[in-house]
Design a protein around this ligand. Structure first.
Ligand code: SF4
Ligand code: SF4
Length: 84
């Protein structure tokens, strides 16, 4: 959950990414999304209510073509100074 940057209308938090080339428009993510954040628009999955998306794993888990997924950034902590 988060807020929307009104200057750009872009959400200030991560949302699932949708690969339109892979999306078949089957609607499985729409049926299973617990918050109705995703819907079919012009035959493809689209995040229509970004403020409602809880970034859960449901759409990613059930998509039969791996068209929708949640990107994560892996950050490595700097080495500890007291490490041998
Ligand atoms: S489940 Fe996957 S293929 Fe089906 S509409 Fe959603 S993103 Fe597209
Ligand atoms: S991450 Fe969860 S809440 Fe967000 S669109 Fe997918 S199923 Fe819906």
């Amino acid at each position: 959950m988060g807020t929307v940057d009104r200057a750009s209308d872009q959400p200030e938090w991560a949302l699932p990414l949708i690969d339109l080339a892979r999306c078949t428009g089957c609607g499985e993510c729409v049926r299973r999304c617990p918050t109705q954040a995703v819907a079919l628009v012009a035959g493809h999955a689209t995040i229509v209510r970004p403020e409602a998306c809880s970034y859960c794993e449901v759409c990613e888990s059930y998509c039969p073509t791996a068209a929708i997924g949640r990107p994560f950034t892996i950050s490595f902590a700097p080495p500890r100074r007291d490490a041998a």
